[in-house]
Design a protein around this ligand. Structure first.
Ligand code: ZN
Length: 215
């Protein structure tokens, strides 16, 4: 098929479907998209709730838990400990595959039956309000974060201590408001830096000490 210009049914912007794309949809036996690539990407990413946490009941025990699923969601959600326990058997939810029905309809049916893991927060120590997290201690609102201590409001961080408001950082200590900075101590408001100490407003710096506004 020739390439075709379309209007996205969501954002109403124009987008193009190339002839190669049509060949792929043909091969996969799926219809051509009616959403533009950006809107499709948003819909895919909506599957990963990284930073919204809710209080709800554990579907197995009724106790209060923290979850990435809001309480109005109709399916069962089990807290971390119960979900990983032998108190329930995932095999109980097995069902035969019906070749006469579409795959995704059956997948959805199965997905709605099997209990969901409330949140991925492995071995937290006083760090209950963290998600996609592992081994954090005394942390609060840290997401995609591992092995941090006494940190808050951080995303995609690892091995940071006594720090706040970091994005994409590792091994920061006593740091604040950095993006993509590693192995730094007492570094503030900086981006793309490594091994810097006691400095403010740095960009793309390496091994700087006591600097302000360097690039
Ligand atoms: Zn769109």
């Amino acid at each position: 098929m020739e390439k075709e210009n379309k209007i996205c049914q969501s954002c109403k912007n124009k987008f193009t479907i190339e002839s190669d794309d049509f060949a792929f949809y043909e091969k996969m036996k799926v219809p051509a998209p009616t959403f533009c690539p950006d809107c499709r990407s948003q819909r895919r990413m909506a599957w990963r709730n990284e930073r919204s946490l809710y209080k709800r009941k554990d579907g197995l025990t009724g106790e209060d838990i923290i979850s990435v699923f809001s309480p109005d969601k109709p399916f069962a959600v089990y807290g971390h400990e119960n979900w990983w326990s032998d108190k329930w058997d995932p095999m109980d939810y097995g069902q035969g595959y019906d070749f006469a029905k579409p795959f995704f309809a059956q997948f959805r049916e199965l997905m709605a039956k099997v209990p969901f893991l409330a949140i991925t927060n492995i071995n937290p120590s006083n760090s209950e309000y963290c998600s996609f997290a592992d081994g954090n201690k005394d942390c609060y609102l840290c997401f995609a974060a591992g092995y941090n201590e006494r940190g808050s409001y951080m995303t995609r961080v690892g091995f940071c201590k006594d720090s706040l408001d970091l994005l994409g950082c590792s091994k920061n200590e006593l740091c604040y408001d950095n993006v993509n900075c590693n192995d730094s101590y007492g570094l503030y408001f900086s981006q793309n830096c490594k091994n810097c100490t006691g400095s403010y407003f740095l960009y793309n710096c390496r091994s700087c000490n006591n600097c302000i506004g360097c690039v």
